[in-house]
Each structure stands twice: as structure tokens, then as C-alpha cells.
Design a binder for this molecule. Structure first.
Ligand SMILES: Cc1ncc(COP(=O)(O)O)c(C=O)c1O
Length: 416
């Protein structure tokens, strides 16, 4: 039967209590059981971000330009600080958005319109060339804008195959995509090579740094080997980078950047077609929580470079222990070359999806990659306290699966 709005309401405290009780059915993310979705550097930073968000709970970032200059100011600050983090040249521009998908779709639209202008073809359709490891947000954008996406298989080491990518380019290609890192295996694509290709073929290169944008620069600063991925690479035209992932800012918050004003000029939606006058926005959405802007600004202020470096040090130390723990288990191996905190592992001996199924039964929500089969996690410090417990769960599940023999088939499917 369809649920109806109750004739009479209930006391607020009772409703809140019930909502809290609902959570009992959710994945226990606070104890590291979710393989993605939530990010945390420390409890205190988490609470601080929440406080900053709540401070701007009612304001609307849509009105940043007119009603809330403080929101606009914080947004401009965040973008400017990020531009220098990404080696942006003078004249580069950036904007905040509500998430990786929105940043990507906006970069695609900007690129499409820039291409249409320079080709003098107002209806040019165009295609986008990327590795199969690129995020589905590009297909979402392509669906909205009726563009084609050409996904190219990875090479034998699960790395982006630059030669295959280049041969997929034709005269209608408007964008190349590289990821820093890609979600599939956590490796940073060869952006320098893609940048050279983009210049050679006269195509826009977008770097999807939604995962690594606010982590990789600091991981490099603590002395780890991080390949170039930002505007320091000639040929990079735009970058997407999520604050609400490894910038450790409250959701929703992301950023998108363009190398120069000529490209950025196609970013905005500027429309004056109705009785209420000009409608000018830099986001796909209209109304947008100012809390996301405030949370990002406050997090930047509080952490500074040193704070982000400390997080990078702690997180990468944990990831080292995670990788060592996994590879010490006989029969398991890492997939690809993870650079940051996305790590996937598989097995040549057992069906790893069976292992994930057993772990799921015991409360570990599976993160899976299907090609090749692997268990996949995008980790932050939420996952650190349960490291030993997790490794023990993997060992126990592996032993159980080995005991069952190969005839038992996994029914679980990889789902994002
Ligand atoms: C590489 C990459 N790009 C883009 C996105 C999309 O981000 P969002 O979920 O904020 O839209 C994700 C999400 O995990 C991602 O991993």
C-alpha cells in the first residue's frame, strides 16, 4: 500500500530518534565497513567541517553573487588556493561545483562549446576518447549532450594504453581524458604522455583528478613518487578535483579548472529569456548548499599545507600497511599500480568474488572490480582502525572459500 502523509505530525524528538534507529540497517561505515562513499581524515576535522557547514546551513550559494558576498568570497578563495596547488598559469580560472560528476559534465560542456566555436560548427557532435578505466560520469555527460564516448581497453599491466587511445582519435574527437588516479585500479594515468598527444593532435585534454586532486600534491610533497598530472603538464586544458573526497571537506564540494580564459568563457550558463531577467550560473544545479562552500573554505583555513601533508603522511602510511598485509596473504595479489589510497586485489587461485561474498555475510560491504575480478576499496582514515580486523576477515574468508572447492560459483556482481 502507498504510504500517506500522516494526518497529524509527531514530536520532533521522536522523529529524530526514529531516524537514528533507521541507521541500524545501514552499512557500518564508521567502522570501515563501506569500501567507498564516506571520507574522513580525523574525528576532529570531521566535526569541524560539520560545524562550518551548519554555520552556512541556510544560505544558498546560488545567491553568492548578490545576497551572500561572504559565500562568494569563500568560493573565490577556495578556487584561487586550489589553482596554485595545480600549477595553474596566470589567467587560469576555476569554479566550485557540487561534486565530481558536475565538475566533469561542466568541463565536457565547456569543451564541446569551445570546439564548436573554433570549428565554426554550432551543432558539431564530437566524441571523447578515454581509457575504459575512466569514470562513468563522462558517459552521463555524453548522454546529456549527445556526444560519443570511445573507451579503450587497458594494457597488460592494467595501465592506460596511450597508443590505443591515440588510434581512437579522429577528426571529430573533441576531448581526451586521463585520470589522476583512475577509480578502477587507483593508478595515475600517464598525463605527460597524454598532454603531448593532446598538443600533437590538437585536442582538449581533461584530467579527472576527482579522487587525487587534493591528495596527490601533498603525497608528492612528503617525498613519494607522484607522476605529473596538473597544469604543469603542457596540453592539460581542464582539471576536475573533488573537495568532498580527499580534500576532506563536507559534501557537496568539488572544483573544475581551465587553463585559460578563452576556454573558461564557455563554462557559464547565461540566459535572459523570461520575465525575471538574466539567469547566470556557473553550475548545472541552481540552488546549492552554501555549507559546501563554507566547509571547504574552513577546512583549507584550518589545515593549511602542513595539515594536508600530515594527513597524506598518515594515510599513505596506513596504505603501505594495507598493501603489505594483503600481499603477505598467500594467493592474493594487487591489481595494477595503485598510487594513492584506492587499492584493488585479486587472486589467481580462488574466485575472489566468493571471498567478497563471505566477507559481505560478515558485514563488510563489498567493493568490487570485475575486469579482472578483484576486491576494491577507496580508503581514508576511517578504514585504518579496522585494518587488522579486515585482514583477518580476508584470511578467514579465503580459507572458507578454499575449503569449499572451485565448483561453488559466486553470484555477487560488481556494483559501484
Ligand atoms: C575518478 C572519479 N571521477 C569522478 C567521480 C565522481 O564523483 P562524484 O561521486 O562526486 O560525482 C568519482 C567518484 O568516485 C571518481 O572516482
Amino acid at each position: 500500500m502507498r504510504k500517506m502523509l500522516a494526518p497529524q505530525g509527531r514530536p520532533q524528538a521522536e522523529v529524530l530518534r526514529e531516524m537514528r534507529d533507521f541507521k541500524a540497517t545501514d552499512c557500518d561505515w564508521t567502522h570501515g565497513r563501506a569500501p567507498l562513499f564516506v571520507f574522513k581524515a580525523s574525528d576532529s576535522l570531521y566535526e569541524f567541517g560539520r560545524a562550518a557547514f551548519v554555520e552556512y546551513f541556510s544560505e544558498n550559494a546560488l545567491g553568492g553573487g548578490r545576497a551572500f558576498p561572504s559565500v562568494k568570497r569563500m568560493e573565490d578563495d577556495v578556487v584561487e588556493m586550489a589553482l596554485s596547488l595545480f600549477s595553474a598559469p596566470d589567467g587560469a580560472q576555476g569554479f566550485m561545483s557540487t561534486g565530481g560528476t558536475e565538475s566533469i559534465v561542466q568541463a565536457m560542456q565547456t569543451c564541446r562549446d569551445w570546439n564548436r566555436r573554433r570549428r565554426g560548427q554550432a551543432r558539431h557532435r564530437g566524441n571523447i576518447v578515454m581509457s575504459e578505466t575512466g569514470h562513468p560520469a563522462f558517459n552521463k555527460g555524453a548522454k546529456l549532450m549527445d556526444l560519443d564516448v570511445r573507451r579503450v581497453p587497458v594494457g597488460p599491466g592494467l595501465e592506460l594504453d596511450a597508443a590505443a587511445l591515440e588510434s581512437a582519435i579522429d577528426e571529430d574527437t573533441i576531448m581526451l581524458v586521463g585520470s589522476a588516479p583512475n577509480f578502477s585500479y587507483g593508478s595515475i594515468d600517464p598525463i605527460t604522455e597524454l598532454g603531448a598527444m593532446a598538443l600533437r593532435r590538437n585536442v582538449w585534454l581533461h584530467v579527472d583528478a576527482c579522487v587525487g586532486g587534493y591528495l596527490a600534491p601533498f603525497v608528492r610533497q612528503i617525498g613519494r613518487d607522484i607522476p605529473a598530472f596538473d597544469f604543469a603538464v603542457p596540453g592539460v586544458a581542464s582539471i576536475s578535483a573533488d573537495l568532498h573526497k580527499f580534500g576532506f571537506c563536507p559534501k557537496p564540494a568539488s572544483t573544475v579548472f581551465y587553463r585559460d580564459a578563452d576556454k573558461a568563457r564557455h563554462h557559464h550558463f547565461d540566459c535572459n529569456v523570461w520575465p525575471n531577467g538574466r539567469f547566470l550560473t556557473g553550475t548545472l544545479v541552481g540552488t546549492r548548499p552554501a555549507g559546501g562552500v563554507a566547509g571547504a573554505w574552513a577546512t583549507f583555513q584550518h589545515l593549511g599545507v602542513e595539515g594536508y601533508r600530515d594527513i597524506a603522511r598518515a594515510l599513505m602510511g596506513f596504505i603501505d600497511r594495507y598493501k603489505a598485509g594483503i600481499t603477505a596473504i598467500p594467493g592474493l595479489k594487487l591489481l595494477g599500480q595503485p598510487h594513492l589510497s584506492i587499492v584493488a586485489f585479486g587472486s589467481d587461485e580462488v574466485d575472489i568474488f566468493r571471498v567478497a561474498e563471505v566477507m559481505a555475510r560478515d558485514g563488510w560491504l563489498p567493493g568490487l572490480v570485475q575486469k579482472p575480478k578483484g576486491i576494491h576499496r577507496m580508503m581514508s582514515m576511517i578504514h585504518e582502525p579496522s585494518l587488522d580486523e579486515y585482514l583477518q576477515a580476508v584470511r578467514t574468508a579465503l580459507a572458507e572459500v578454499r575449503g569449499q572447492g572451485p565448483q561453488r560459483q559466486a553470484t555477487i556482481k560488481a556494483t559501484y
